[in-house]
Design a protein around this ligand. Structure first.
Ligand code: G6P
Length: 372
C-alpha cells in the first residue's frame, strides 16, 4: 500500500531515501566515546582474530560487490591477504581453508542458498565464519560462528540499495576491527577513518539532495540499448554495481569495466553517443589513478561516447570532458563507494520507470534465492 511505501511510489525509492539512517544505525553503538571500535557482539575472540592469516569473502549479487570493495579496505588496513569469491563458485573449486582462515559471508536475506552452501563447506574445512547479515535469526547467521548485523531495516524492493550501503559499513567495521585487535601500523589512520565513517551518513544525505539532474538525464536515455560503467580501485566494484542495477531494473545491456582494462578490449565498444558512466577516484591521495581515469574519459569521448562523470566536488580536471557531471562529496578514498553508488541507484530506478518497468519486482528475479 501507499502507506507502507511511506509516500513514495516504490519501495526502492523509499529504501534509497532511508540510506543515511541505515548507515547511521549500522554504526550505532559500535564506536565508543574514545573513537575505538567495540564489536563485542562478534563472537570470535580478539586472540582468535589475531591468529587469522587469510580472509575469504563469499557472497552473491550486490553483496558480492560489497565484498569486492571490502578487499581493498581489509588488505590496506590489516595487511591480511583477502580473497573475494562468488559463493556459487567457491566450494566447487576445492578452496584452501583452515582454522586460520576467516570466512566472511555477506547476505542481506541470510537465506541465499549459494552463500549458505559456501559457508557450510568452509566450516567443514575448519574455517571460522563471520556472517554480515540484515535479517535477524535467518539461516546464514544461525549457521555461522559469529554475526555482525547490518541495521538497514527490512528491504522490500528486489534490487538491493540500503542493504548494500550497510554491508559496506559492516565490512569497513570488520576491517578496522581486525586492524585494531592486531595493532597494525595504520593505528592513527584507523582512528581517522572511524571519525570519517561517523560523518558519512551526512554525506549520503547530501548526495540524495542533488539527484534531480540524474533523474532528468536517465529519462533522456530510456531508448538506449547499452550503458557502460567504468571505475578504478574501489570505483571498479561501484561500476559493476551500477551495471547490475541497470540490468535488474531497466533490462538494459549494461557492463562494468575496470578503467585500466579499457585499452585491452572494451574501448572497441565505444561508438557515437554511447552513454558511459565513469566513477572518478578522488584527485587527492592516490592522484595517479585520478589522472589515469581522466585520460580514459578523454579517450572515450574522443571516440564519441556520451560521458556521465561522477566526480568529487572541487575536481575541476574532469569538467572539460564531462557531458554530464554528477558531484559527490569529498570522502576518504576507501569510503567513496558509500556516496558514489547512490547516483547509480537513482539512475537505474528512474530509467526503469521511464521504460515502464516494475521497479520493485523486476521480471525473473527474486528477493532471496533459496535454491542453488
Ligand atoms: C538475489 C537478489 C539480489 C541480491 C542477491 C544476494 O539475487 O535479487 O539483489 O544481491 O540475491 O542476496 P543476499 O540476500 O544473499 O544478499
Amino acid at each position: 500500500s501507499a502507506a507502507e511505501k511511506g509516500g513514495y511510489d516504490y519501495f526502492m525509492l523509499k529504501e534509497i531515501a532511508e540510506q543515511p539512517r541505515a548507515v547511521a544505525d549500522t554504526l550505532l553503538g559500535r564506536i565508543d566515546a574514545a573513537g575505538s571500535l567495540s564489536l563485542d557482539e562478534v563472537r570470535i575472540t580478539a586472540s582468535e582474530l589475531r591468529e587469522m592469516d587469510k580472509v575469504v569473502i563469499v557472497a552473491c549479487g550486490t553483496a558480492f560487490h560489497a565484498g569486492l570493495i571490502a578487499k581493498y579496505a581489509i588488505e590496506h588496513w590489516t595487511r591480511i591477504p583477502c580473497e573475494v569469491e562468488l559463493a556459487s563458485e567457491f566450494r566447487y573449486r576445492d578452496p584452501i581453508l583452515d582454522p586460520r582462515t576467516l570466512v566472511v559471508a555477506i547476505s542481506q536475506s541470510g537465506e541465499t542458498m549459494d552463500t549458505l552452501m559456501a559457508l557450510r563447506h568452509a566450516r567443514e574445512q575448519g574455517a571460522k565464519v563471520l556472517a554480515i547479515c540484515n535479517t535477524n535469526g535467518s539461516t546464514i547467521p544461525r549457521e555461522s560462528d559469529a554475526v555482525l548485523y547490518t541495521h538497514a531495516g527490512p528491504e522490500v524492493a528486489v534490487a538491493s540499495t540500503k542493504a548494500f550501503l550497510t554491508q559496506l559499513v559492516a565490512c569497513y567495521l570488520v576491517a578496522l576491527y581486525l586492524g585494531q585487535v592486531r595493532g597494525t601500523k595504520w593505528g592513527d589512520e584507523i582512528q581517522a577513518v572511524v571519525r570519517d565513517l561517523s560523518h558519512i551518513a551526512g554525506a549520503v544525505e547530501e548526495v540524495l539532495g542533488t539527484m534531480e539532474p540524474v533523474r532528468d538525464l536517465a529519462r533522456t536515455l530510456a531508448d538506449k540499448d547499452t550503458v557502460l560503467f567504468l571505475g578504478r580501485h574501489v570505483g571498479y566494484p561501484v561500476a559493476l554495481e551500477g551495471a547490475l542495477k541497470l540490468k535488474e531494473l531497466a533490462y538494459m545491456h549494461a557492463e562494468g569495466f575496470a578503467a585500466g582494462e579499457l585499452k585491452h578490449g572494451p574501448i572497441a565498444l565505444i561508438e557515437e553517443d554511447l552513454p558511459v558512466v565513469v566513477v572518478v577516484p578522488s584527485p587527492r591521495g592516490r592522484s595517479v589513478l585520478h589522472d589515469k581515469v581522466v585520460s580514459n574519459i578523454q579517450e572515450i569521448r574522443a571516440r564519441g561516447a556520451r560521458t556521465i562523470v561522477i566526480a568529487e566536488e572541487g575536481d575541476e580536471a574532469v569538467v572539460p570532458y564531462a557531458d554530464h557531471l554528477v558531484r559527490i562529496p569529498v570522502t576518504p578514498t576507501l569510503l567513496q563507494p558509500l556516496v558514489a553508488t547512490v547516483p547509480l541507484q537513482v539512475f537505474a530506478c528512474e530509467l526503469a520507470t521511464a521504460r515502464g518497468n516494475e521497479v520493485d519486482q523486476p521480471r525473473n528475479l527474486a528477493k532471496s534465492v533459496t535454491v542453488e
